[in-house]
Write a protein that binds this ligand. Structure first.
Ligand SMILES: [Ca+2]
Ligand SMILES: [Ca+2]
Ligand SMILES: [Ca+2]
Ligand SMILES: [Ca+2]
Length: 309
C-alpha cells in the first residue's frame, strides 16, 4: 500500500479525483526519439493539459476557486489586466506545508504574489518571493486540518495572452528548522524580556505589526564572540524579520553601537545575523517585523551561540 501510494504520487495515478486531468507519464518521451515512426495523435486534437491541475477560469473569486489536491502540480497563467487566480485545497492534519511557485525561474514574464488563508480567515500569509528569486516559496506550520484558499496574482497587474504562466505545488514537507524552546506569552517589553540561554534556539512568531519580542541574554563571564542569527525568510517563512541589541544602564535601555539599526540582511533573501563580542554583559535583544505582514504563520527561529574568535 505504501509503495502504491508512493508510486501514485511519483507517476501520476489512474484513479485521481474526478475532473482533475492526469498526465500519463508511463509513455516514453518520444520528442527526441529517432525511431518513432509517426505522431499517433491527429493534428486537430486539443493540446494536452499543461499540468496535472490546470486552473479553470473564471477563478477570480473564492466562490469560483479551482479545486486542487496536495502534492500534485497545479498551473495557470495571468491574462491581460488584473487576473486573480483562486485555488482551494484541503489539508487533513497538522504539520509543515510548502507552497512552491515557479514562474520567472522557468522563463515566464510573471512576477507572482502568493496569498493563502484558512476557512475562518484567522490564518493568513502572503509571500512575494523566495530567498533566491522573485518566485514565492512559502513554508508554514499549519495547526490543523483546514480548507485553504490560495490566491496567485501578478504583482504589478501585468498579463497577456501568453508568456505569463506559472506553476506551483502545495505539499506537506519536512520540518525546515529545529528548536530547543518556544517563546513565552507576554514578553513584549524589555522589562518583561524572556531569558534566552547562549547555545539555544528559540521558535517564535510575530503576530502583529506592533509586536516586539524581547529576549534577555546573559553573556559568559569570559570574553567571547557570540553569533545571533534569525532563520525565517530563507527557509520559507513569510516573516521579514529584524532584530536590535540593547544594553541596560541605570535602569534605562541603551542602544549598542554595533546594532544601532535593525540588523538587516546583507544579501537579498538573507535573514538578519550578527557576530558581536561580549564580556560578562546583559543584552536585550528585540525581534520585530520589517515589511510585508504579520500573523500566526509568520515564524522565526533565533539562535545565540558562541563562535570561535
Ligand atoms: Ca488565470
Ligand atoms: Ca483568474
Ligand atoms: Ca514575486
Ligand atoms: Ca512573538
Amino acid at each position: 500500500m505504501l509503495l502504491a501510494s508512493f508510486l501514485g504520487l511519483q507517476l501520476g495515478c489512474t484513479t485521481c479525483t474526478p475532473g482533475i486531468p492526469n498526465i500519463d507519464t508511463s509513455k516514453p518521451d518520444n520528442e527526441t526519439g529517432g525511431d518513432s515512426q509517426h505522431d499517433s495523435e491527429p493534428d486537430d486534437t486539443a493540446p494536452p493539459p499543461p499540468c496535472e491541475q490546470p486552473e479553470v477560469e473564471p477563478n477570480n473569486n473564492g466562490g469560483d476557486a479551482t479545486p486542487i489536491v496536495l502534492e500534485k502540480l497545479a498551473c495557470g497563467e495571468f491574462t491581460a489586466g488584473l487576473d486573480l487566480d483562486f485555488y482551494t485545497a484541503e489539508t487533513t492534519g497538522s504539520g509543515w506545508f510548502e507552497i512552491d511557485v515557479d514562474a520567472g525561474d522557468m522563463g515566464s514574464a510573471a512576477n507572482v504574489l502568493l496569498s493563502i488563508s484558512n476557512e475562518d480567515e484567522d490564518l493568513k500569509a502572503t509571500q512575494q518571493a523566495s530567498a533566491t528569486s522573485a518566485d514565492p516559496r512559502m513554508v508554514v506550520p499549519l495547526p490543523a486540518a483546514d480548507t485553504w484558499t490560495l490566491i496567485l496574482n501578478e504583482e504589478t497587474a501585468q498579463g497577456g495572452e501568453s508568456g505569463y504562466d506559472y506553476e506551483f505545488r502545495f505539499s506537506q514537507t519536512k520540518d525546515p528548522v529545529t528548536w530547543d524552546l518556544v517563546e513565552d506569552a507576554g514578553h513584549g517589553s524589555w522589562d518583561a524580556a524572556q531569558e534566552l540561554d547562549v547555545g539555544t534556539t528559540l521558535f517564535g512568531t510575530i503576530e502583529d505589526v506592533a509586536e516586539r519580542d524581547w529576549y534577555v541574554i546573559h553573556t559568559p563571564a569570559d570574553k567571547v564572540d557570540l553569533s545571533i542569527e534569525i532563520v525565517a525568510h530563507r527557509e520559507g517563512s513569510p516573516l521579514d524579520a529584524r532584530f536590535q541589541i540593547w544594553m541596560a544602564e541605570d535602569g534605562e535601555l541603551k542602544e549598542t553601537p554595533e546594532a544601532s539599526a535593525y540588523t538587516h540582511p546583507t544579501e537579498p533573501g538573507a535573514d538578519p545575523a550578527l557576530t558581536k563580542s561580549a564580556h560578562d554583559e546583559t543584552w536585550y535583544l528585540m525581534v520585530r517585523y520589517q515589511d510585508g505582514g504579520t500573523g500566526p504563520l509568520y515564524w522565526y527561529t533565533l539562535t545565540v551561540e558562541e563562535v570561535s574568535p
